[in-house]
Design a protein around this ligand. Structure first.
Ligand code: GLC
Ligand code: CA
Length: 567
């Protein structure tokens, strides 16, 4: 890596150096990134066309969401062949070209590893479902059942029962996600070995790691007994018997030993249900398991009440707990957006008067903590939630199931649409807004999912021209993180803890110290911080251009970074 050439010591202030700790990752949802052949669907060649854009931005690692063969019930998270490319996205030659082009630029590529389940069209499942005595029957989770009586009361994460009945064999298979995503039986060593073979095949091809999908669901509580109350917490079902169940780490260990540990790669687990107290088991340097995990604690602030304002005190508590919890022992993955959650500027920012200010203040807030920052496509230009006029505007299988369930419960159509448009995953899946031409420069054809109507004012082409754009702010932010080892390896400390509007923290490494300060409200806020260094001349980045009239007054959504200690 470029940043390692200067001073390639193995540790920095006792923290082990790794290329993936110094990297900035960009997440691509391939269906919506760039369409190279005019069929309205993004593809691999489209990604290759845009690599210069990513390199200029300062991206080191590209993560591509599933691009394997799939009937697309859940947009590629239902895989029918792990070693083939989805036809709509291109072919293996396109992939090889993409990988080579990424490596030529000194960048790296990680893929999505979806091994909690396959598609029901995967040959393994086709065999497994063919008869009770098929040798692959036990590769999935089958239990006796009746038409109207599932083996237990578990609910699917995409709504409805977690079981699908098969009339011929009078058994049901388990699916924690959609009916077309049967769960693999990880208890079966033959299943595990088949998965490892596939993982090593990709690693031998030269990819640089994986994002591990739904990794905490691989282990189910033995016995598969009923849950006390599958719908216990408001709208969030209780998943204790199918998420982060005791023993799941044995699977991870087995997988690491037989695959990942033989390569210089990065791994990031999607770790719903893992608490900060358990995190060291997953990412602790000594444990030799994963490089980092995506934790879900801050996402709960979304689910509880999608209408509510950001509870900043609670957010600070959550992030700080993770920062301190892994300090000197593991590593964090930092993210505010992905393909499963709404756009951050619509959620915690302000899409009207302070769109630029809030998009950039939120960026600084999470980006400069200790950990590897992830940017989700479009976040770097401040893309917003979209507008849904009816249920037909939704594509996501979870949203459709949710809609059907709420209709059945008698909720009025408008109310359902209102709810789904707040929480719907399609908000972040609309096509990337490249320019102001028809279909936002994503395609010359009507895209598979409607373009967000605001593409004429929010797009890459315009922001490239404008030095004061969200995009150019991200570019500066990325450059700053690369230039300052303190922003990668430095210790994190929350300051102004009780302030309800300001998120502020310091990063310290040896003699160096920076102060990061973000007003996350639409009001001006006076604050007090006792340090002589808080003067304009020590400010190294801000999202307000006009000079400061007062060092201790922040404008709405103003963010500033100060150098407190020696450079
Ligand atoms: C993960 C993915 C999500 C997918 C699910 C099932 O949560 O991020 O998009 O639907 O797993 O694979
Ligand atoms: Ca295409």
């Amino acid at each position: 890596m470029k940043s390692e050439t200067k001073k390639n010591t193995a540790t920095i202030s006792n923290i082990k150096r790794n290329w993936w700790k110094e990297a900035v990752v960009y997440q691509i949802y391939p269906r919506s990134f760039m369409d190279s052949n005019g069929d309205g669907i993004g593809d691999l060649r489209g990604i290759t066309e845009k690599l210069d854009y990513l390199q200029d931005l300062g991206i080191d690692v590209v993560w591509i969401c599933p691009m394997f063969k799939s009937p697309n019930d859940d947009n590629g998270y239902d895989i029918s062949d792990y070693q083939e490319i989805m036809e709509q996205f291109g072919n293996m030659a396109d992939f090889d070209q993409l990988l080579a082009a990424i490596h030529e630029r000194g960048m790296r590529l990680i893929l999505d590893l979806v091994v909690n389940h396959t598609s029901d069209e995967h040959p393994w499942f086709v065999e497994s479902s063919s008869s009770k005595d098929n040798p692959k029957r036990d590769w999935y989770i089958w239990r006796d059942s009746q038409e109207d009586k599932a083996p237990n009361n578990w609910e699917s994460i995409f709504k409805g029962p977690a079981w699908q009945h098969d009339a011929t064999t009078q058994q049901s298979y388990m699916h924690l996600f959609s009916t077309k995503q049967p769960d693999l039986n990880w208890e079966n060593q033959a299943v595990r070995d088949a998965i490892y073979k596939m993982i090593n095949w990709w690693l031998d091809k030269g990819i640089d790691g994986f994002r591990l999908d739904a990794i905490t669901h691989m282990k189910k509580e033995p016995g598969l007994s009923d849950m006390a109350n599958p719908n216990s917490l408001k709208n969030v079902p209780c998943w204790d018997k199918m998420m982060n169940v005791d023993g799941v780490l044995n699977y991870i260990d087995d997988m690491c030993r037989k695959t990942f540990n033989h390569y210089d790669i990065m791994t990031v687990g999607e770790a719903n249900g893992v608490s900060v107290d358990q995190a060291e088991e997953w990412v602790g340097e000594q444990k030799q398991r994963l490089s980092m995990i995506f934790q879900f604690d801050h996402l709960q602030l979304w689910n509880e009440d999608s209408e509510s304002q950001l509870d900043l005190i609670e957010l600070k508590r959550i992030f700080s707990k993770w920062q301190k919890g892994l300090q000197n022992s593991g590593w964090n993955a930092l993210f505010l957006e992905n393909h499963d959650i709404p756009r951050i500027v619509s959620k915690w920012g302000n899409t009207e008067k302070y769109w630029f200010e809030s998009a950039t203040a939120l960026a600084v807030m999470y980006f400069l903590m200790q950990g590897t920052p992830f940017i989700y496509q479009g976040q770097e230009i401040g893309m917003t939630n979209t507008q849904f006029d009816g249920i037909d505007d939704f594509d996501c299988v979870g949203a459709k199931n949710h809609y059907a369930e709420l209709r059945e419960q008698g909720m009025p159509e408008q109310e359902i649409l209102h709810l789904l448009s707040k929480i719907g995953r399609d908000n972040s899946r609309t096509p990337m807004q490249w320019d102001a031409t028809e279909h936002a420069g994503f395609s010359c054809h009507a895209p598979w999912l409607k373009v967000n109507p605001n593409y004429q004012s929010i797009n890459v082409a315009e922001q490239l021209q404008d030095s004061g754009s969200v995009l150019n702010f991200y570019r500066r932010l990325i450059a700053l993180r690369k230039a300052e080892p303190v922003l990668v390896y430095g210790e994190y400390d929350l300051v102004l803890e009780a302030d309800e509007k300001i998120y502020a923290y310091t990063r310290s490494l040896d003699e160096q110290q920076l102060l990061i300060i973000c007003n996350l409200s639409k009001e001006s806020v006076q604050y007090y911080y006792d340090n002589k260094a808080l003067r304009e001349k020590n400010m190294i980045l801000s999202n307000y251009t006009k000079g400061l009239d007062n060092d201790f007054l922040l404008q709405p959504f103003e963010t500033r970074i100060y150098r407190l200690g020696k450079a």
